[in-house]
Design a binder for this molecule. Structure first.
Ligand SMILES: Cc1cc2nc3c(=O)[nH]c(=O)nc-3n(C[C@H](O)[C@H](O)[C@H](O)COP(=O)(O)OP(=O)(O)OC[C@H]3O[C@@H](n4cnc5c(N)ncnc54)[C@H](O)[C@@H]3O)c2cc1C
Length: 587
């Protein structure tokens, strides 16, 4: 193995994937992790043998490399879970993604009618400009549906009013599928896109199990994972990181490095630089922000609460944003099956009222809100535990790109430093994307030339591309089938054919002089006035036949086009509701 000092900061999915890849390439990795466990935001916490995650982590990827790694690490301990999650609104649970019959049934006739009217109004009189999130959504779904199903939850997540959120952000989040892809999926069952997933993987004892297996593998093969070891300074000289100062409990040390891979928040990385970066870089880092997250885990003396893995809470009268039911992720998450353990999730900002609230108050609020929602009773709460997660969501405000550009430019001046991961790149990465970048960073050390800042966009593009490719052949056929039928051409063709057939039939029977056949043919004059089996009658029926055929052909083409339009409209609507699924899942 190479003796080079390749140090990775952070033992979340990104840092561990990088370290694992280095081992693969015969380089001994060293990982510093400030906390006492691996996994980062995707870790599993334990309280009295009740296991729970920071938010419920679904394992789903289109990246073959990452998928293979997951399967190898977990083997039979990787459960395939059928997804069930609903929206809670005003005492009712709505299917998610929203289904029209279920939504209308739950809302009742009056509210449904108002929602339809509001939708129609938004289609007739949309906002001329779509500057903000609320305008963007209202133009697509109507004001009432926006207020019912978008406003409250989004405001809980971001802590600001929806009319302060940029429309561009909504457009990014609700990408939707291309129509052809959705049609392909609906009709031909082509490979599902990420937005359509209804199944995911989950380790028997939660996501932390995956990262422990990574840690074990890395250590078994000679790598080092140092827990409770916090990087406190990055010493650099002439565009190279020369050493990393760290603290392990009371012990302080300094490790020389040949190469540094960092998955710690990029803002923290900047603050650790010694000598310190120029003022504009420090200022850019100060202006990047994160939303934080608190999970209040409640142990409930009740075997069954609800069947969902999680429920989105859209009621404005409670602070809780989402509720996890961990035994529905994996039965092993709860040691006593006569009990349930749930995670009441609160979105906040470090230092705000919720973040600074003492645990006992948070627990009291969570227990009360559970009862207010009618999901259980306060008296059934047996025990509880609170976990605060800083830096959970990188905030995409209107200036973040500019600030990030300043930081990226500064970091590009270092030849032996790479930043990876979610907070490490200030990106809305999922686990698989974080790992993918980690793997590429490790490969760069061995001479590859991946541009890490472009990889996710590239990966997303590839995923889209792969999906589009899968639908291309069938897509072409579909596109042909789906193209509108020319009514005039269809009418002329059917008219001409009918007229000519009747004309030839009349001439044929006339020439044969077949009495009974002539009698039968004469019956046509009940419909075609003045028709006789004669030369004149043949021309007469040529005209009549053309006319009837023309009308039938036109009607057929019209009906077919109408049916097709309805079908496409239905698929489009389904597509939009599927993108709702993606929308909340990515908040
Ligand atoms: C509520 C919620 C739900 C989510 N659900 C899903 C999901 O269902 N599926 C999915 O794929 N993804 C999900 N994610 C995203 C997922 O958690 C992240 O993509 C993933 O954890 C990012 O991994 P990472 O290694 O980049 O960063 P992190 O997980 O943040 O790891 C960074 C590590 O660096 C350590 N560190 C920080 N500072 C220092 C320092 N100075 N010295 C040493 N170590 C340090 C931290 O302690 C941490 O362990 C969710 C995220 C949230 C917030």
């Amino acid at each position: 193995m190479s003796d080079k000092h390749i140090l990775t900061l952070g033992a979340g999915p990104a840092g561990l994937a990088a370290a694992h890849e280095l081992l693969h390439q015969n380089i001994r990795p060293i990982v510093f992790e400030q906390t006492d466990k691996v996994g980062g935001i995707a870790r599993t916490e334990t309280y009295k043998n009740y296991f729970f995650d920071i938010g419920g982590h679904r394992f789903f990827t289109k990246n073959d490399r990452v998928n293979k790694l997951w399967q190898e690490m977990m083997g039979p301990d990787f459960l395939k879970v059928g997804r069930m999650s609903r929206i809670y609104y005003k005492g009712r649970l709505f299917k998610y993604p929203l289904s029209i019959p279920n939504t209308l049934l739950n809302l009742g006739i009056f509210e449904s009618a108002l929602m339809m009217l509001s939708y129609l109004y938004s289609q007739i009189r949309p906002y001329p400009e779509e500057d903000t999130f609320d305008q963007w959504i209202t133009n697509r779904f109507g004001r009432r549906l926006y207020e019912t199903f978008f406003k409250t939850y989004t405001e809980k997540v971001w802590g600001i009013s929806c009319n302060e959120i940029q429309a561009e952000w909504a457009a990014q989040r609700i990408k939707g599928l291309s129509l052809i892809a959705a049609v392909g999926n609906a009709l031909l069952g082509i490979k599902k896109s990420k937005s359509l997933i209804d199944e995911f993987y989950y380790p028997v004892w939660g996501p932390g199990m995956m990262w422990q297996r990574f840690q074990e593998t890395i250590e078994k093969k000679g790598g080092e994972v140092h827990l409770n070891t916090k990087a406190v300074g990055l010493n650099h000289k002439k565009g190279r990181i020369v050493s990393v100062a760290y603290r392990n409990g009371k012990e302080a040390g300094e490790m020389p490095v040949d190469h540094l891979i960092s998955s710690i928040p990029i803002t923290k990385l900047i603050s650790l630089m010694n000598p310190e970066p120029p003022a504009n870089v420090l200022n850019a880092a100060r202006n990047l922000s994160y939303r934080a997250f608190i999970i209040v885990m409640l142990i409930i003396d009740q075997k069954h609460l609800f069947s969902d893995q999680w429920i989105y809470i859209h009621n404005p009268d409670v602070k809780v944003g989402r509720i996890q039911n961990f035994k529905n992720w994996s039965a092993a998450m709860v040691p006593d099956h006569s009990k349930s353990s749930i995670g009441m999730e609160y979105f906040c900002t470090e230092g705000d009222e919720i973040w600074t609230m003492p645990d006992r108050e948070l627990i009291a609020i969570a227990s009360r809100e559970l009862a207010v929602l009618g999901l259980s009773d306060e008296s059934k709460v047996l025990d509880s535990y609170v976990v605060r997660q800083p830096g959970a969501y990188p905030v995409y405000d209107s200036h973040y790109r500019d600030h990030l550009a300043v930081i990226k430019d500064y970091l590009s001046g270092f030849t032996n430093l790479q930043t990876i991961g979610r907070s490490g790149m200030h990106r809305y990465n999922n686990m698989d994307q974080s790992m993918h970048v980690g793997i590429l960073a490790a490969q760069n050390i061995l001479g590859a030339d991946h541009n890490l800042w472009e990889t996710n966009e590239e990966q997303e593009y590839l995923e889209e591309q792969e999906f589009t490719d899968a639908t291309t052949d069938s897509g072409k056929a579909l596109a042909d089938t789906l193209s509108r039928m020319d009514k005039l051409a269809m009418a002329t063709a059917v008219g001409s054919l009918t007229g000519i057939i009747l004309f030839l039939a009349t001439i044929w029977i006339l020439l044969r002089g077949d009495g009974p056949a002539i009698q039968k043919m004469m019956l046509l004059n009940q419909y075609f006035m003045g028709y006789t089996v004669s030369i004149g009658g043949a021309f007469q029926i040529l005209f009549y036949g053309f006319l009837c055929g023309f009308m039938s052909g036109w009607l057929f083409a019209y009906t077919r086009n109408l049916f097709l339009a309805c079908h496409i409209y239905r698929i489009k609507k389904k597509n939009e509701s599927l993108s709702l699924l993606d929308f909340f899942d990515n908040l």
